[in-house]
Design a binder for this molecule. Structure first.
Ligand SMILES: Cc1cc2nc3c(=O)[nH]c(=O)nc-3n(C[C@H](O)[C@H](O)[C@H](O)COP(=O)(O)OP(=O)(O)OC[C@H]3O[C@@H](n4cnc5c(N)ncnc54)[C@H](O)[C@@H]3O)c2cc1C
Length: 368
């Protein structure tokens, strides 16, 4: 008997599987890929996530970053040393496989090359249809990412909205192997982030506000990376509004729940956080706590959603008046330091937004 089926072996699904297995529940992860980590991703991870696990992440970290460089249309640079712990840079195939192995060691079972094709609750158990045949379990966690179908089948909208993104990989070692680069202004209402990965780099772009066009974004990223580098268009799901992440015996986690930061596009930390909290909730529900799944939705709202609402307000102004925001915000040493602290998970948006809104409004409105 399986207690919980988890659809998707990305960071959200494997974090949930690890913590459920550690609590002694029988967990089955279904993953459609034959291997892991083909997901387009910059691979920047806040070191704050280490606090939620009792194992050492170092085998999964390709390199670390201790310096950030911001540019406006690849010029007008500002550089800063991180006054925080170094930020981790991971290669997703290695990072995802590392987390999956931790979950397996804790006791979770994994079935690769298994695509979930439908979910139906019969009043007591979830009937899960897959390309490998039917399966059942009393609880289901949807961890199937930004484009996964599970949230729709569960009748849950989650908190996210789709955003256009693009990604390119460079095979040669970067000139500054411990520097993360962010470029504003080259992408309309969005930005480009260029992260070292040890022996190469991943360069990502996203339209954070408004409706971007995939071909246009791919072209803009193409201009940044130069001729001959393949650019792939993809999709992100950014936090957009509060919404329940639970239904009858089921939960949404990670991108399936729509948790990525709408200002800086960080999705791995909330994916891991939601996996940890989903495991707590399912274990409590399995033990007879009838309110546990509803509490998961509330806790994710408190622990993450409130801050993302502020991030979204900031993004609304920042990406509308990006040139001004770059001049009066990003270029100021204090703002650079605060942004770095947010990226490293050491500061929440609530600590910076009042000041940022005031500064932006003062410069936008004639008598602000
Ligand atoms: C271009 C780009 C750059 C990014 N850069 C960063 C960054 O630098 N730092 C950061 O923190 N975040 C970044 N993100 C966001 C981050 O990649 C995601 O938020 C994160 O991967 C979410 O993890 P997840 O486990 O929810 O989903 P995923 O990692 O997408 O995992 C979902 C898994 O579900 C599987 N699956 C899907 N459907 C099914 C099905 N029907 N049956 C079985 N399995 C299924 C998929 O194969 C996949 O393995 C970036 C995103 C993009 C698009």
């Amino acid at each position: 008997m399986t207690d919980c089926i988890i659809v998707g072996a990305g960071p959200a699904g494997t974090a949930a599987a690890y913590h459920l297995a550690r609590r002694g529940l029988k967990v089955l992860i279904l993953e459609k890929g034959e291997t892991l980590g083909s997901k387009p991703c910059g691979g920047g991870v806040s070191p704050a996530v280490a606090a939620w696990f009792d194992f050492d992440f170092s085998p999964a970290i390709a390199t670390t970053v201790n310096q950030v460089r911001f540019t406006w249309q690849q010029g007008d640079p500002v550089e800063a040393q991180l006054q925080t712990q170094p930020m981790w840079m991971v290669q997703r195939p290695i990072f995802d496989q590392f987390l999956l192995s931790q979950a397996e060691t804790a006791g979770a079972t994994v079935q690769m090359a298994t695509t979930v094709t439908g979910l139906r609750f019969d009043g007591q158990t979830w009937q899960v249809t897959t390309n490998q045949g039917p399966l059942t379990a009393p609880y289901v966690i949807a961890a199937d990412g930004a484009e996964g179908p599970c949230a729709g089948w569960l009748g849950l909208k989650g908190m996210g909205k789709r955003a256009i993104a693009a990604v390119a990989s460079l095979a040669e070692p970067p000139q500054f192997p411990h520097q993360a680069q962010f470029d504003f202004g080259s992408v309309k209402q969005g930005f480009i982030w260029n992260f070292p990965q040890g022996d190469g780099a991943v360069i990502s772009a996203a339209v954070m506000e408004g409706n971007g066009k995939p071909a246009e974004l791919a072209q803009q990223l193409g201009r940044y990376v130069g001729n001959g580098v393949t650019v792939k268009a993809c999709v992100m799901k950014l936090w957009h509004q509060q919404g329940p992440l639970h239904g009858k015996n089921c939960l949404l986690v990670g991108d399936s729940a729509g948790l990525a930061d709408p200002f800086l596009a960080e999705g791995i930390r909330p994916a891991l956080l939601s996996g940890v909290k989903a495991a707590e909730a399912i274990a409590a529900a399995h033990g007879g706590d009838a309110q546990a799944l509803a509490r998961y939705s509330e806790e994710m709202q408190t622990a993450w959603g409130h801050d993302m609402a502020l991030a979204q307000r900031l993004a609304g102004l920042f990406y509308k008046f990006t040139k001004l925001a770059y001049k009066i915000g990003v270029k100021q040493p204090l703002a650079t330091r605060l942004m770095s602290q947010i990226l490293c998970g050491e500061l929440s948006y609530s600590a910076v937004t009042d000041r940022a809104f005031q500064a932006l409004k003062k410069n936008i409105l004639p008598f602000g």
